[in-house]
Design a protein around this ligand. Sequence first.
Ligand SMILES: [Zn+2]
Length: 178
Amino acid sequence: MLGDDTTTERRLRLLQAEFTQLEQRGPGDGRTATRTESPAPLNLAVIDRIRAAVYEVETHTRAAVPDAGPLPADAARVYDWARQHTADLEPQRQQARETLIYRQGLEHAIEMGDASVIRKHPCPGCGCWGLIWRPAAHRAACVNRYCVDHDGLSHTWPLKTLAHHHVARQFATKTSAT
Ligand SMILES: [Zn+2]
């Protein structure tokens, strides 16, 4: 359906591979038994982030489909899991799900140090292409000197706003194409 269905999953896998080994030690993996070297140092903050992301998707899904069943053992499959169990819901709910997933994809990319994903979005205020990431504020700021608030400060946007506009455009395209 949507063009970049697997992006968020792929980014989550990269995060896992880069910062953690935990998620690969599920039952039946087979690697645990033969592992003799000491485990790589774990970035606990990233593990927490991943868990929080999975939990957010799970909560969002179960709110609509309480009997969605157990989560997949592979954390990165949570997005597929959410899509499978909500595929029959009305378009608004599917759009909300995709917005959540897309926003998490942006978060995963930024977590890995790739804030360039921000530049692929027009400013929700003025439509220009010139957003820059402000890590401290955790928001994208517009560089258009005329795109400012009453105090003359640049308009800034949280990731969820960028995700909302991006996915809304995708759904609008999809609807008009059918
Ligand atoms: Zn702007």
